[in-house]
Design a binder for this molecule. Sequence first.
Ligand code: NCD
Length: 308
Amino acid sequence: MIRSILDVLDLSVEEIEDLINLACDIIEHPANYAEACHGKTLATLFFEPSTRTRLSFEAAMYGLGGNVLGFSEAQSSSAAKGESVADTARTVSCYSDIIAMRHPKEGAPRVAAAHATVPVINAGDGGHNHPTQTLTDLLTIYREKGAIENLTVGFCGDLKFGRTVHSLINALSRYTGIKIVLISPMELKLPSYVKKDVLKDKGIPYVQTTDFESVIPDLDILYMTRVQRERFFNEEDYLRLKDSYILDPKKLTNAKKDLCIMHPLPRVNEISTQIDSDPRACYFKQVLNGKFIRMALILRLLEEAAKG
Ligand code: NCD
């Protein structure tokens, strides 16, 4: 049975701990891993735009001594001729040992995994899930805070369509002492299925508010997000909501001195560039962590696939 990673919950807490430890070892001793995937090929199938996710997957595979092939837009693949995701996955399995796939439709990577003969990693599916961004986020929290426990984590912005938010809340629900603070306009609230299945059913304490200033002093982590323009049904709603929250130095007046400010990026307007030089800004460190955790994931999945 080939193992794919479609949801962050496909990995146990122990497996995530192993990936974090492996990523930390890769950071300290990159030369030890420089040939670890020699002769192996990663295919990156991106049916949606991406900078960090695709390039970090590719940089990860190059860092392991492997090869990379793929496409970065649906228009340049046979999807433009009407080929199904299932057939694309079957085809690309003939040329590669592992696939990373991003698609605008929720569930598309699951369809690909059902037809591929190599592991498939979900690199973001619509407004649903983004497990490798979550691994990136967990590694960042671990490196910044020393542990993933006893933290108040605030999510701010587009909590409705932000797939990174849904995945990270799911992942955090398995750690102890986590409190969640949800900050968004009413129209962009966390979907009720995430609130019910994750926060309520698992008894995670949470607060939902539109008022950023009232909750900022409580936060250990502030996870800012972009309003997801591509998932809106009309442009007027996007324009009305896009600048609901803009983080600037004044808004941080009452924040903790060791607050960790995260963002999956790309940033549009929601974090002022004045924040970039604040030692609490962690979003570019997050970018780098994304490469190392993907190296760890590729390595482990290929090891498992080799065992058969
Ligand atoms: C995120 C995504 O694609 O969901 N970006 C990323 O992968 N780092 C966030 C976003 O696009 O807003």
